[in-house]
Design a protein around this ligand. Structure first.
Ligand code: SAH
Ligand code: SF4
Ligand code: F3S
Length: 491
């Protein structure tokens, strides 16, 4: 086994599930604007994408971004509420800014995102340090809110909108390698899974104009990007029609004729057509909504990646019912079978799992493990249940599984996932994979790193290849997290 692969193994061991989503920090930018914004983001990719929208709005209002909060005039924390731990991390981070503020009295500190929306003005009372609170639909108002703070007052806007999609804003790419970018295609969520705080923090589901999405993908391609990830909490329920702003369509409805509706399969196709050299990914697919039409669209276009993030949450139908996921174990298995039948064994499938949901018995937990045996997920984000204030589960059910049981069950889920991640990666050995190069490997500048269609990280000696190339790589070694090989040729 090579030294590099041993290093990578350690990397995988180090990866704690709670850190699954990571942190994003703004980059240093100097375009001569007179004030500096530092923005740090927690939570999901939607939040990372939102921070790019926020940076764009702030840029148009006299701010450059900085990567060092000590140089900032304004600090924004874009926050997550999904589990208690996510909120505690943000609280702790706020104390780090205390000192910066005492050194620089004019420094403004704002809390954005899901925690801002959940706590609203309470956040100003609880965290005296905070000057500004803005929810996910209030970002156009940020320049006004900053002005209010400039004038010596605290500022809050947590209004949730039914229309806002920030469709016309072209995001400042914050964390980008110049090759892959995030595109939000919808906002909010209407699903009401009983454990989940997102419908309360992000409001009603709404889809963004497909033409603005295609335009953004085209602009990215023209700038040298080679991969876009279409983002939504439930991309399969994407639905858009001209109805709201087109008189002809309204008249059609009055005449009870069919109107032109763009669904997710249609949107995927529209984005895939931007260029065969632009990879298209998407996240998240909800098992209740993913259709065969979407799967056939993935099959039809080589540049739509063969990878589906399909969170199961549990493998037991009674628990799924209590979670209000609106599918059963059998339904989930049927969708996995459809993926395997239409797209083949190589299609990557990943999941999110929650251990120790209210009243979960040992037998029901075992159903989650046997579902994992059936599907053999390539990867999973795994959590123990964390009760969130205001959710349906908090109101209806008792959070009655002891913490040590939740953690033990979680460990069993993690162990099983480790086993299958390795097994699935071993199936990739001695095969040639098309890899889009994203940059140097994290451990060595002699190696390049990219992903194959199934979203697996592939590392190989750099030779004369470079970022943005599509390279055919023969995979020779693997860990549970990474494939390692050598380049054969370029596309
Ligand atoms: N829209 C996505 C999920 C977004 S939240 C979907 O429906 O699949 C990301 C993940 O966090 C969820 O899939 C779930 O596994 C986890 N999660 C959400 N609320 C949680 C809670 N209260 N406790 C533990 N994990 C939670
Ligand atoms: Fe939360 Fe369910 Fe919506 Fe996902 S689909 S964001 S888990 S309510
Ligand atoms: Fe967290 Fe909000 Fe995303 S709660 S997971 S940042 S939608």
């Amino acid at each position: 086994m090579s030294e590099l692969i041993k290093d990578l193994d350690i990397l995988f061991e180090d990866k704690k599930t709670e850190e699954a989503c990571g942190i994003q920090v703004s980059k240093e930018e100097n375009t001569g604007k007179n004030r500096k914004l530092y923005i740090e983001s927690y939570g999901c990719q939607m939040n990372f994408s939102d921070s790019e929208i926020v940076s764009s709005i702030m840029k148009d209002n006299g701010f450059d971004t900085t990567s060092d909060f000590n140089n900032a005039d304004v600090i924004f924390l874009n926050t997550c509420s999904i589990r208690e731990k996510a909120e505690l991390t943000v609280r702790k981070r706020l104390t780090d800014f205390q000192k910066a503020k005492s050194n620089k009295p004019g420094l403004q500190i704002g809390v954005l995102g899901c925690m801002a929306e959940r706590l609203k003005t309470k956040l100003l009372e609880e965290e005296k340090l905070v000057d500004l609170v803005a929810g996910p639909d209030a970002y156009r108002d940020l320049p006004n809110l900053v002005k209010t703070v400039d004038d010596g007052e605290k500022a809050v806007n947590t209004f949730l909108s039914r229309e806002e999609t920030y469709a016309d804003i072209s995001p400042v790419r914050l964390n980008s390698n110049g090759i892959s970018a995030l595109i939000s295609i919808m906002r909010g969520c209407d699903n009401m899974c009983s454990f989940c705080v997102v419908p309360f923090t992000r409001g009603r589901e709404r889809s963004r104009d497909p033409h603005s999405i295609v335009k953004e993908a085209q602009d990215l391609y023209d700038k040298g990007y080679r991969e876009v990830t279409l983002l939504g909490q439930n991309v399969d329920s994407y639905k858009w029609s001209e109805v709201l702003n087109n008189k002809a369509q309204l008249e059609k409805i009055e005449r009870k004729e069919e109107v032109d509706i763009v669904n997710f399969a249609n949107l995927l196709e529209m984005v895939a057509k931007v260029s065969p050299d632009l990879r298209v990914r998407f996240s998240t697919s909800h098992p209740k909504d993913i259709t065969d039409e979407v799967l056939y669209t993935i099959k039809k276009y080589d540049n739509i990646c063969n990878y589906i993030h399909l969170p199961a949450q549990s493998g037991n139908s009674r628990i799924l019912k209590m979670m209000n996921r609106t599918y059963t174990r059998e339904w989930y298995i049927n969708r996995v079978d459809a993926i395997r039948n239409i797209l083949g064994e190589e299609c990557g499938i990943s999941s999110d799992m929650i251990s120790g949901f209210c009243s979960e018995t040992e037998e029901e937990h075992k159903d989650t493990l046997t579902l994992m045996d059936y599907v053999k997920f390539d990867f999973s984000y795994m959590f123990y249940y964390s009760e969130r204030p205001g959710t349906l589960a908090e109101k209806k059910y008792e959070d009655d599984i002891p913490l040590e049981t939740k953690k033990r069950r979680l460990q069993e889920i993690i162990d099983k996932q480790r086993f299958y991640s390795l097994e699935r990666n071993q199936l990739d050995l001695n095969k040639v994979h098309e890899v889009l190069v994203e940059g140097f490997s994290k451990r060595s500048e002699e190696h390049l790193q990219g992903r194959n269609s199934a979203n697996k990280v592939v590392i190989f000696p750099k030779e004369n290849f470079k970022k943005g190339d599509y390279v055919n790589v023969l995979v020779e070694e693997c860990t549970g997290a990474t494939l390692l090989g050598k380049a054969i040729d370029k596309k």
